[in-house]
Design a protein around this ligand. Structure first.
Ligand SMILES: Nc1ncnc2c1ncn2[C@@H]1O[C@H](COP(=O)(O)OP(=O)(O)O)[C@@H](O)[C@H]1O
Ligand SMILES: [Mg+2]
Length: 365
């Protein structure tokens, strides 16, 4: 049997660079070398591309060593590596796992690059990635699909800067307090504030607007559990057992996610069978609403008395270390980490095959 040549892509110009390195280390540690020849592909914080041994060393140390070796350009079905020593090497890959969270990785940019390269890749395509990243557009599609959501308003940065008083007034009137203010296109809780009173709104709005050109304001979900479900598949996606997050801080902010130990992942989530079925069903609907493929994690707020459930968001490249929620939920549902990788790679090849069926030229007869 031929081994597949798998590119594992990590790093990137995003606030979630380090998280991506952790995810990639886990994948490289668990992948079956009998089935795959792995080629690490690192993107440094500056945006330099590192391939092979240089990338592997970057993954270990988090530091770029030696001279920059290659400039990467695109060829059909290949990365052309133009070495700065005037050699041209070609790197053919059968499939790529883009494990780049956040900006440029989870938002359709890398996916677009891989489409142009004509290489199959794991996870959502361009459209679903872009939509999943933009909380404003995501919510519009969820609403269209009839999914239950917490009330929200969305403002363009230019608008709120020039109409600050009017913006604050309408938030106070239509959303109330506490509310959550967030940049539309970001993750890892960066730029998010919980606002308890009107006097604190201005600062929170301007803070979120430093990170993105669009700002979202949501009603605060109170007395709620944070419940998460993993989704896996293409046309017929399946949903995992739900898990629950208990943040160590007042909400699941950056500090609670990555810095303080003590936030807990509870699997299965502490909810009834009825609510379990409900969130699994909603997770699949959310995945389909953005035209997802491969994988995604869908996050919910569930009222403690289970009278209400809201879809919070979908993450198309969720944390992927062995102790991250996405793989742990599959583990609890009977799919172990290395088998999950096999399944995701199969789904990538399957979607590529399905897309390739579409004609790319047309001759009128
Ligand atoms: N409307 C809300 N009500 C209550 N808590 C919220 C609300 N929105 C966000 N949070 C808290 O902030 C965290 C991060 O918000 P989220 O929308 O998931 O952004 P990110 O994409 O950065 O993860 C959530 O996990 C939750 O703890
Ligand atoms: Mg989140």
């Amino acid at each position: 049997l031929e081994r597949l040549r798998l590119g594992v892509m990590f790093g990137g110009r995003s606030g979630e660079h380090e998280v991506s390195l952790m995810s990639a280390r886990s994948v490289l540690g668990a992948i079956d070398p009998k089935k795959y020849e792995v080629v690490p592909i690192g993107i440094s914080k500056k945006g330099d591309w590192l391939i092979g041994p240089q990338a592997a060393s970057y993954l270990q140390t988090g530091e770029e060593k030696g001279e920059k070796e290659y400039v990467v350009i695109l060829g059909s079905g290949q990365f052309q590596l133009v070495s700065l020593k005037n050699r041209i090497d070609s790197l053919s890959l059968d499939v790529i796992f883009p494990l780049v969270h956040g900006t440029y990785g989870e938002d359709g940019c890398i996916q677009g690059l891989l489409e142009i390269l004509d290489i199959p890749y794991v996870g959502c395509g361009v459209l679903a990635s872009a939509v999943g990243m933009d909380k404003g557009i995501m919510k519009m599609l969820f609403a269209q699909a009839g999914l239950p959501q917490i009330p929200f308003l969305s403002f363009k940065r230019r608008y709120l800067e020039t109409h600050l008083d009017r913006t604050i007034e309408s938030i106070a009137r239509q959303i109330g307090f506490p509310c959550f203010v967030k940049p539309a296109n970001l993750g890892s809780s960066v730029g998010i504030s919980k606002v308890r009173e009107q006097a604190a709104l201005k600062e929170a709005l301007l803070y979120a607007a430093r990170f993105d050109g669009k700002v979202l304001v949501e009603k605060g979900a109170e007395d709620c559990l944070e419940v998460e479900v993993s989704v896996l598949g293409n046309e017929t996606p399946k949903a995992s057992i739900p898990g629950q997050i208990i943040p160590i801080n007042e909400f699941y902010d950056y500090q609670a996610k990555y810095l303080d130990k003590g936030s807990q992942l509870i699997i299965p989530a502490n909810i009834s069978d009825r609510m379990t079925n409900k969130v699994r069903e909603l997770a699949i609907q959310a995945f389909k609403a953005i035209d997802g493929s491969g994988m995604a994690r869908v996050d919910f707020f569930v009222k403690k008395d289970e009278s209400i459930v809201y879809v919070n968001e979908i993450n198309t490249i969720p944390g992927f270390t062995e102790i991250s929620m996405y793989p742990k939920l599959w583990q609890a549902s009977g799919i172990k980490y290395s088998d999950l990788l096999d399944e995701l790679i199969e789904l990538a090849l399957d979607r590529y095959k399905e897309n390739a069926r579409s004609l790319r030229s047309y001759e009128h007869s």
